[in-house]
Design a protein around this ligand. Structure first.
Ligand code: GDP
Length: 416
């Protein structure tokens, strides 16, 4: 018998508070694995008063007993990864990087920024870190894999050739100097080689040994390359299915799926967001929820919970239980709205259509409540908050198993 890996996945547009749940859960797992995305994702975790910024390294790194896998589905910037590693001591034997993960190099970020500028007001609102171009290269079969760092000479030649072939797009980006490139790659190799391995074999072995494994998603379902609001999406498979291809496991290897959703919605960057509130309520959510980008400080777009999108996310990810985050941010509103359907060209739609661009929200209203902040017992939640949770369960057809009422690890209700 082998064990099954549990999975956590964002159900909205990212920033759902995965950090808190991942940190909480990572304490009880032997292995924590990342399966998609790059260093555009991430969260800040505070342990014993010390802040740790995690972008690519899985949350298990903060549990001294847990080991961590960066899967093949990830795009890895060696430069940024090494910087992230420097926050921690004694990583050898606790951190494993797939030799099949793709390498993100500085020119990917330069390309990303140049493309966004050219798009003008049609810009996706990417973080400009090169994630999109690195995935484009992977799919176009001109990417470079982490395992190639073991032959830096060959890799340097390939990269130079790549620049020569793409000279039309590298107008303002100079071809790297071969010697300098070699030095850079060797530097990466020297630091990273103890960690690079065949993580597919590793995870199979670990599951066969019945270890407890947690799979950690990045970003959110509505940013998925296939199932999100294309083209305003990220370049990877963010849904639970991405864990299979991004780690080399099969669907039977997956156990319980916990979907993380905020009690309201936010979105960063451009693209449709039907339940966005551009008025006072949106501003209040932003301020109460501290909805500003962690690295950029960019204000996040804020609005009401979108039950249509959440139901879609529950189904597509096979969610067993929802962790409903930041319930306390809704404290003090007289009225709370939930988007229960969309109106598109005069028609009521209660599923995610081909295009969300012109979708207008149809709201159901709930009476507000006070003082849910810091409550740690479900029965002690204000009546309005409990009703809100029951209504969500009904609307999205999934149990809310965890409720978070504050940033503290202890401000968490686990419903039996
Ligand atoms: P993530 O990347 O998905 O973890 O999301 P964010 O980067 O937006 O992090 C969530 C932020 O909200 C962090 O600062 C958390 O400390 C905070 N947070 C998490 N859960 C709660 C909660 O239930 N209530 C409040 N008020 N803050 C929370």
């Amino acid at each position: 018998m082998s064990s099954r890996a549990d999975l956590i996945v964002g159900l909205q547009w990212g920033d759902e508070g995965k950090g808190k749940i991942a940190d909480h859960m990572a304490q009880t797992y032997d292995f924590v694995c990342r399966f998609a995305g790059g260093h555009n994702a991430g969260h800040t975790i505070v342990v014993n008063g010390k802040k740790h910024a995690l972008h690519l390294i899985p949350s298990g790194i903060l549990n001294p007993k847990a080991k961590n896998i960066v899967g093949n589905g990830v795009v890895l910037s060696p430069h940024n990864f090494i910087e992230e590693m420097s926050q921690f001591d004694n990583l050898e034997g606790r951190l494993f990087i797939s030799d099949k993960a793709h390498i993100l190099l500085p020119h990917h970020a330069l390309l990303d920024q140049a493309k966004e500028i050219r798009k003008g007001d049609k810009a996706i609102g990417t973080t400009g870190k090169g994630i999109g171009p690195a995935y484009s290269d992977k799919i176009a079969r001109v990417g470079h894999r982490v395992g190639e760092l073991f032959d830096c000479e060959k890799l340097a030649s390939k990269i130079i050739k790549y620049f020569e072939h793409h000279s039309n797009i590298f107008i303002d980006i100079p071809i790297p100097n071969r010697d300098e490139l070699m030095e850079e790659l060797k530097g990466y190799r020297d630091i990273l080689s103890p960690y690079i391995t065949d993580t597919t074999q590793l995870i199979w072995r670990v599951l066969d040994e019945e270890k407890r494994v947690l799979l950690e998603g990045a970003q959110g379902t509505m940013l998925d390359i296939d199932h999100g609001t294309y083209p305003y999406v990220t370049s990877s498979t963010t849904i639970s299915a991405g864990a299979c291809s991004g780690l080399g496991i099969n669907h039977r290897d997956i156990g319980e799926v916990t979907g993380i959703a905020k009690a309201y919605c936010t979105r960063v960057g451009n693209g449709p967001f039907p339940s966005e509130d551009l008025g006072e309520d949106g501003e209040r959510l932003r301020v109460n929820g501290h909805e500003f980008g962690t690295t950029t400080g960019r204000p996040r777009r804020c609005g009401w919970l979108d039950a249509v999108a959440l139901r879609h996310a529950v189904r597509i990810n096979g969610v067993d239980q929802i962790a409903l985050m930041k319930l306390d941010v809704l404290d003090g509103f007289n009225e709370i709205k939930v988007c229960v359907a969309y109106e598109i060209n005069g028609k009521r739609i209660d599923y995610i259509p081909y295009d969300l661009e012109d979708a207008k929200p149809i709201y159901k209203k709930f009476e507000g409540w006070d003082n849910s902040a810091g409550i740690r017992d479900f029965n002690r939640l204000p009546a309005g908050a409990k009703e809100y949770i029951f209504a969500i369960e009904e609307m999205v057809k999934c149990r809310v198993g965890v409720v978070s009422t504050g940033p503290d690890r202890e401000d968490t209700i686990i419903r039996e």
